[in-house]
Design a protein around this ligand. Structure first.
Ligand SMILES: [Fe+2]
Length: 308
């Protein structure tokens, strides 16, 4: 059966993507940001997930402001990078996993989550920047990715609790998928930031760090936080953090926090990142099927010799 082995959350600041695309990652300002994801890339190289489910938001790229679905699940075979005004990012096309996505759609909709199904959808920096942070800049992304776009651009976005419960529905769906797939769920966006108005540039590190603590240890209470508190404490765009609750809801109640990174600023936002192991700490140990089979064969041979 498929299982969710870990959750990862990270900011998806567009300027991070621009720094990668323009070869600025070694500049001191950006090096500080990228250095926080070196361990993540190493960890992901060990984990080698079979599928990633990426919770992100579209920034009026695939959906114009004329049509804004609250939850849109990408069921297509592939998702091309969107043109966000400077041409599409020079990153690989994102390959989907239509079979698992359809299974999630069926299970979640029958569970009461009326998802929009996106059979064709371009993906913007909200999705591709976290892929870069987790996997670097390969010629092809190392595994299929199922995008799940959440509305956080027009009020009212879904509540934290609704997002958490959607994560629970995704967890149930993945657990009932018959193929042995190791799945990692990404929650993206945030942390505290406000990009316009009198409070533009707002960053609240105290709130962000408490949010990271709560995400690991007390996720249900954290998910109950009302929108007004995000607006007040984390700035208007801090509401992106509700997407992290989808990721957290997809995990077990108890998880092992294996990595955390926080730095200020990147562009005009706080960059937060966390990795939660959903297996008690063994997500990076890939089951060595061949080695295990070999060992069993050797053992039975020795047993047979002994018996003879
Ligand atoms: Fe965003």
């Amino acid at each position: 059966m498929a299982k969710i082995i870990a959750g990862l959350a990270s900011s998806h600041v567009p300027a991070i993507g621009a720094a990668i695309d323009n070869g600025q990652t070694e500049e001191p300002y950006w090096k500080r940001v990228f250095s926080g994801f070196e361990k993540t890339k190493q960890w992901m190289a060990q984990v080698k997930p079979d599928v990633v489910i990426a919770i992100y938001n579209d920034h009026a790229s695939a959906f114009s402001v004329e049509l804004i679905p609250t939850f849109a699940l990408g069921t297509a075979a592939e998702f091309a990078p969107a043109d966000e005004g400077w041409g599409p990012r020079p990153v690989p096309v994102v390959k989907g996993h239509p079979a698992l996505a359809s299974h999630i759609a069926t299970s979640a909709i029958l569970d009461g989550f009326d998802l929009t199904l996106a059979n064709k959808m371009e993906v913007d920096h909200g999705l591709t920047v976290p892929l870069n942070l987790a996997f670097g800049s390969p010629k092809e992304w190392p595994c299929p990715v199922i995008p799940l776009a959440v509305n956080v651009v027009q009020y009212p976005p879904p509540t934290g609790k609704r997002c958490f419960d959607l994560g629970r529905a995704i967890r149930k769906a993945v657990k009932s998928y018959p193929e042995d797939l190791r799945v990692v769920v990404f929650g993206t966006g945030g942390m505290s930031h406000q990009i316009s108005g009198p409070r533009a540039g707002l960053i609240n590190s105290k709130f962000d760090k408490a949010f990271l603590d709560g995400l690991t240890k007390n996720p249900k209470a954290l998910a109950a936080m009302p929108h007004i508190e995000y607006m007040r404490e984390a700035g208007a765009e801090g509401i992106e953090l509700v997407m992290w609750h989808v990721m957290r809801g997809a995990l077990e109640d108890k998880v092992k926090e294996i990595y955390r990174f926080y730095t200020v600023p990147a562009s005009n936002t706080a960059v937060g990142h966390i990795i939660l192991d959903n297996t008690g700490g063994s997500a990076a140990r890939r089951p060595a099927k061949k080695a295990a089979a070999k060992a069993t064969k050797k053992k039975s041979k020795a047993k047979a010799r002994k018996a003879a």
